[in-house]
Design a protein around this ligand. Structure first.
Ligand code: HEC
Length: 142
């Protein structure tokens, strides 16, 4: 239920962005934008693990398009959430191989929203992680 509410807020934020941009025909996919800006460099444009940094990081990226198929056909939402906010410290995440996005987004929230008296950094982080999860879900191989 909580997840549903957050997704509704996300949808609302998405349409706000749209009306500001005035481009109703070109909906903004926040998750896709965040993925392309922050993740594709390692995980590859389509999640296959073939980004330009793949050779630099000393750990295999895995294939993000197979998250569902390698978990019995069910997209593992909480596993992915934990990987992104840093609460699921898997081997790679205990080191610097995979950045801890929860912390990075929290810093960005502070930088971007510091002038807004009631800003909620946790909501900023959650919105981005959920948008990324939605985009990763779209990337799953059929
Ligand atoms: C610096 C390179 C790098 C960047 C940038 C990066 N990752 Fe990763 N990611 C990794 C590595 C390496 C692993 C494997 C970690 C391990 O072995 O435990 C990983 C693991 C993951 C996993 C866990 C997969 C599983 O099997 O549970 C997910 C999900 C993921 N990344 C998503 C993302 C998303 C979304 C972004 C952008 C916000 C991102 N990554 C940015 C390097 C990166």
């Amino acid at each position: 239920m909580k997840l549903f509410k957050v997704m509704t807020v996300l949808a609302a934020l998405g349409s706000m962005t749209l009306s500001v941009a005035g481009r109703a025909a070109d909906p903004v996919d926040l998750g896709k934008r965040e993925y392309q800006d922050n993740c594709a460099v390692c995980h590859g444009a389509l999640g296959k693990g073939d980004g330009p940094y793949a050779g630099v990081v000393n750990r295999p990226m895995g294939d993000l398009t197979r998250l569902a198929s390698s978990h019995g056909g069910v997209f593992p939402v909480s596993r992915v959430y934990g990987a992104l906010d840093g609460t699921r410290m898997s081997r790679g995440h205990g080191t610097t191989d995979m950045p801890i996005w929860g912390t990075i987004y929290k810093i960005r929230a502070a930088q971007n929203l510091v002038d807004i008296p009631s800003y909620d950094p946790d909501a900023f982080v959650r919105a981005r992680i959920l948008a990324l999860i939605d985009y990763l879900f779209q990337l799953q191989e059929k």
